[in-house]
Design a protein around this ligand. Sequence first.
Ligand SMILES: [Zn+2]
Ligand SMILES: [Zn+2]
Length: 246
Amino acid sequence: MKHKFPVIFARSGLLILFLALMISLPLMGCSKKHKSSRGAVPATGTPGGTGTGTGTGTGGGGNGGGGNPGDANELDLSWTVKEDTSQADMEYMVGRIKTYANNFWIGCEGQAYLRDQTLSCGSSGGNVVIDSVKGPMKQPPAMCSFGGGQWTIWLSTGEIASHGFLHEIGHGWVGPFSSEEYNCMNQGAGVCIQAAMYGGGEGFNKWCDTENCVSHQECWTKIQATHSWAHPGPGGTSPTCNVTIQ
Ligand SMILES: [Zn+2]
Ligand SMILES: [Zn+2]
């Protein structure tokens, strides 16, 4: 049994349109042969930051790096771009992964980090599978699927903002959250990653707690039960995220 947990991004003006579409259409994604029983609810707002946009260069700033991980949990993930990809775009994707890593560290409040990552192309066999480094944002733009005790994150494009990756790894590992919390949008508190995206996505990197949750999940309660992390955690500078192109 697989569950898919899409995070939906929609332009605010198209909210109703996307709502209608997502109710009526099957979900798209890397595991089409298993239809999800779980519906999708669209976000309000806009996709927000996408690093350097259509960009050249490094994929977004704020990579941090160099901090001491202490006893934080490390994740060594394999990332795969489905299509054959130029060296320049692979290097761009390295920058994107480092941006995700920095925000992941912030979201986990210094208690988990992306350590040694591999990036390859031309297959779909990774922990994180990307359709295309600079391809179009699809609907849904990202998903997390489960099967055989494993989770796999699918990103439609490497230009997806950090929020997209964080939301899916929230489902896959951080909670892991098996339900959606699309409406937990407390902008003043900067929560919640498990909410649908409403803008500010690149630096949108906090899970909600009993104080600031405006929906139902109080994500940090679940996170603490799963990982025995502190909240607030120690924070600090993110450790270096090594990304090796294979
Ligand atoms: Zn939450
Ligand atoms: Zn919440």
